[in-house]
Design a protein around this ligand. Sequence first.
Ligand SMILES: *Cc1c(COP(=O)(O)O)cnc(C)c1O
Length: 384
Amino acid sequence: MIPYGRQSISDADVAAVVDVLRSDFLTQGPAVPRFERAVAQACDAAHAVAMNSATSALHVACMALGVGPGDRVWTSPNTFLASANCARYCGADVDFVDIDASTYNLDPEALAAKLADAAERGTLPKVVIPVHFAGQPCDMDAIAALAQRYGFKVIEDASHAIGARFGAHRIGDCRYSDITVFSFHPVKIVTSAEGGIATCRDPALAAAMERLRSHGMTRDAALMTGEPDGPWYYEQIELGYNYRLTDLHAALGMSQMDRLDEWIERRHVIADRYDTELAALPLVLPTRAPGRRSALHLYVVRVCTGAPIDRRALFDHLRASGVGANVHYIPVHLQPYYRKFGFGPGDFPVAEAYYRGAVTLPMYPTLQPEEQAHVIDVLKSALL
Ligand SMILES: *Cc1c(COP(=O)(O)O)cnc(C)c1O
């Protein structure tokens, strides 16, 4: 089966992990800050805080921005569960903003309309979490302008988008947001097996996230309320978690960062070929918005209404032909957990219509030309 996404592990990656195993530190050693610096450098971030997953990083990001019970957090319905769950961990109420029909990202016009309405009712969100779906940056200019106007904070869920750019800005530099979160899960662009990093500009925010990833502990005398009774002294000043990344994971991620640009280049070559070869089929192909450099985490096509077969039949045909197609994403508001809060079908019609036709095709840097040719042939035989 040709998977929809796949990690690529080099001998150098293996050696980097083995080196850590033979070193003094398996966790909380030098590999984590090295990985943080590599990611910060790659995306022009002032600060980078590594955690054991992007989910943990999203949770800590919400906490660091003060999200709590009674607050509202808005995100896209076209995302992985974690973009919404992070707010629920803090006891906040989650709501969604429908997506743009061509980028599948949170629609800034829908956001503007919803904000105007919320301002009247006194129900403005504390945080909005735009998701750079499939690696394509959201319209961050528009979102940042709305954040200014209505006074909410922005966390970019850039789990798909390390290496992407919005205009001249690298995703992660937080030019348009308070915090940006990356995932290093194996299906993402760069992997540390499990892992996530939160970047930000504000040093106080970075310090808060560092504390929250490790039990809310500090050794900073300025933050303590008591007198140290020895050099071993530390204080817990708030409730944090054990969300630390290990040195093993950090060494793998660090080693992978060398190939980031090359991999994204490869993803664009693969997307170009799909764009050309699938153009005549009854599929809606993904768009790459001008002025933005997508990281192309996913290549999603939509089956047109009126195609010879529907999405389900196409999906089954791909799987039966050795193509590990997938679907991203079931709209989060339709999950049973979120329906309990009153959400249901029809609430976010653009995301729901998108979902009904969506199929994710194989896309990863080591996808071989003959494998891609097979994917294309299978699609042609099903749809022409
Ligand atoms: C993968 C993913 C996450 C969660 O990442 P983990 O590192 O697996 O916790 C969050 N948001 C989006 C959009 C993702 O794709």
